[in-house]
Design a binder for this molecule. Structure first.
Ligand code: TNX
Length: 527
């Protein structure tokens, strides 16, 4: 009798399960394919996460943390296959970043060509979990672009290590793989360099900060502001990012945007100072002197320490917005131009940057610079980051240079998010606006034929912080626009905005659980 009762109960229960509608699977960035099946896998208390290769240990640990965040009690990691739980496996036949995820009522199997691919599968799993269950499905996935970046400007405002880690976590959730860390600028030098202690003693502090917008205000707060990372902290961040399969590219700005360095060591400038760390935004006419050898010695010494800290293949040297007025009057710069047969100051800028590039090559690294570098000419090996628009990037890609597209009218997350910021209650921003729809619609292949398009390494969103002083505010500017950018980077073909917005609802739930701030304009239909 008892047996019959149990049987009836089981039958009733399975009928109820069959009738329950299969939850829709919403993942951002959109996977290559998702084939839903019937039923769900319930991730219960003590759910096991197994891995089959020691290189997956930290991915498994991250997975356990994510499950705990999603409400799973006490997930357990083991270095053996578990079958009735979550299995993580390496599959050497897969390309580096490709993975599959198959969820059955018994468990989830994630296979990837590398630990980073498996981690992408785990990030997808995070978005599939709802109410402690994973819907049965087969997911196949790989990214379109190999470079999927986000830049964080910690020079204008300083963000402590904990904030930077949060930024990296947010990147990992969106399957981005390159963190561009903007560490030096006119308003602050943020990285400890042992050989030049003044860079942080003097250069990391400005005596006060502008209140309001630099175009309309001349009011200052009268309060010193500063901060920097010790080399140990830098190492900590690089290791944290590496665990999340994210490369960190440091940016050391030259020859412009260098007031913090000039204030620390006035002999770096054409007029020899005195200089002070800039207290307002925009940039300064004073730049590194291109005539004196001491400038290059300084930069090589700084970069030597930087290379020790950052294992990344690429190093970013800025190169943007470098006024030439000091060079025009500087006898050392003019002598350099005569000696080197350089026709103008743009050519001098190229000379400057190419020298640094040569040095980086000699040390096994490659150089990225902003698109202004094109004005005086670049070498074929320079990687151009196109920010002033898409023109620079298109021109560079056509002439065979590798390019990262970061055009400001699409990917500048410091711009307003709606067309009527005041009415919509947006906080003060630098200007213009990039609503999420605009960002989502960016075409990275614009005006390029197939061969030229192959020079586009990828895309990047930039968070400049002139008007963003706290992590709360940074997250509000970043999310959910970063989600749109991640889809341009991961799955640029066949995008559909309405479908994206539908899927964004699920990601929003995850933002809420993780405690990430975000702007909700898109959810209220405001553009
Ligand atoms: C231009 S993008 C800059 C930054 C500013 C940004 C503000 C770039 C290479 N230079 O220094 O922070 O505009 O949107």
């Amino acid at each position: 009798m008892q047996r019959i009762l149990i049987l009836v109960a089981v039958l009733l229960l399975s009928a109820a399960c069959a009738a329950a509608p299969q939850p829709e699977i919403h993942v951002i960035p959109r996977p290559v394919s998702v084939v839903p099946g019937d039923g769900t896998f319930r991730i219960g208390r003590g759910c096991k996460i197994g891995y089959d290769d020691p290189s997956l240990q930290s991915v498994a640990a991250l997975c356990a943390g994510y499950l705990a965040d999603a409400g799973v009690r006490k997930p357990v990691v083991t270095d053996k296959p578990v079958h009735k739980g979550i299995d993580l496996q390496l599959d050497g036949t897969f390309p580096d970043e490709e993975y599959t995820l198959s969820a059955t009522p018994k468990g989830v199997l994630i296979c990837g060509g590398s630990p980073r691919a498996v981690l992408y599968g785990v990030q997808t799993l995070r978005q599939m979990i709802g109410g402690g269950r994973v819907p049965v499905a087969e997911v196949r996935d790989k990214p379109f672009f190999g470079y999927r970046g986000a830049m964080f400007d910690v020079a204008r405002y300083f963000y402590p290590v904990e904030d930077v880690k949060r930024f990296i976590d947010i990147m990992a959730l969106h399957k981005l793989n390159t963190f561009h860390w903007h560490l030096t600028d006119d308003q602050g030098w943020r990285i400890e360099i042992k050989r030049y202690p003044e860079l942080t003693r003097v250069g990391s502090v400005r005596k006060e900060t502008l209140i309001g917008h630099y175009k309309t205000s001349d009011e200052y707060d009268g309060t010193p502001y500063g901060g920097y990372y010790t080399q140990d902290e830098i190492r900590e961040v690089v290791a944290y990012a590496a665990e999340r399969c994210i490369d960190v590219i440091p940016e050391i700005e030259l020859p412009g945007h260098s007031m913090a360095a000039l204030a620390s060591y006035p002999w770096l400038g054409c007029t020899q100072g005195p200089y002070e760390v800039r207290t307002t935004w925009f940039y300064s006419s004073d730049v590194l002197c291109a005539g004196r050898e001491t400038t290059f010695e300084f930069l090589e010494n700084v970069l030597s320490e930087v290379l020790e800290l950052f294992p990344s293949k690429y190093i970013h040297v800025g190169g943007d917005e470098c006024p030439k007025v000091r060079w025009e009057k500087c006898p050392d710069c003019q002598r350099r131009m005569r000696q080197e047969g350089l026709k103008d100051e743009n050519a001098l800028q190229s000379y400057f940057v190419c020298r640094i590039e040569e040095w980086l090559h000699a040390h096994g690294r490659e150089m990225i610079g902003w698109d202004e570098l094109l004005e005086g000419g670049v070498t074929p090996s320079t990687i151009v980051m196109s920010w002033r628009g898409t023109e620079g990037g298109i021109k560079a890609a056509k002439s065979g240079n590798r390019v990262i597209m970061s055009p400001r009218f699409y990917f500048y997350l410091d711009y307003y998010q709606t067309s009527d910021p005041e009415k919509n209650g947006e906080r003060l921003a630098i200007g213009r606006n990039v609503p999420i729809r605009k960002l989502y619609g960016y075409d990275p292949f614009d005006r390029l034929d197939e061969a030229q398009a192959r020079n586009i390494l990828g895309v990047q969103a930039n968070l400049w912080t002139e008007y963003i002083a706290t992590m709360d505010h940074a997250e509000y500017m970043l999310l959910p626009r970063l989600a749109a950018m991640s889809e341009v980077a991961w799955a640029p073909e066949g995008r559909d905005y309405d479908d994206f917005v539908r899927r964004l609802g699920t990601l929003r739930g995850l933002y809420d659980r993780a405690g990430y701030r975000y702007a909700d304009f898109v959810f209220r239909g405001i553009e």
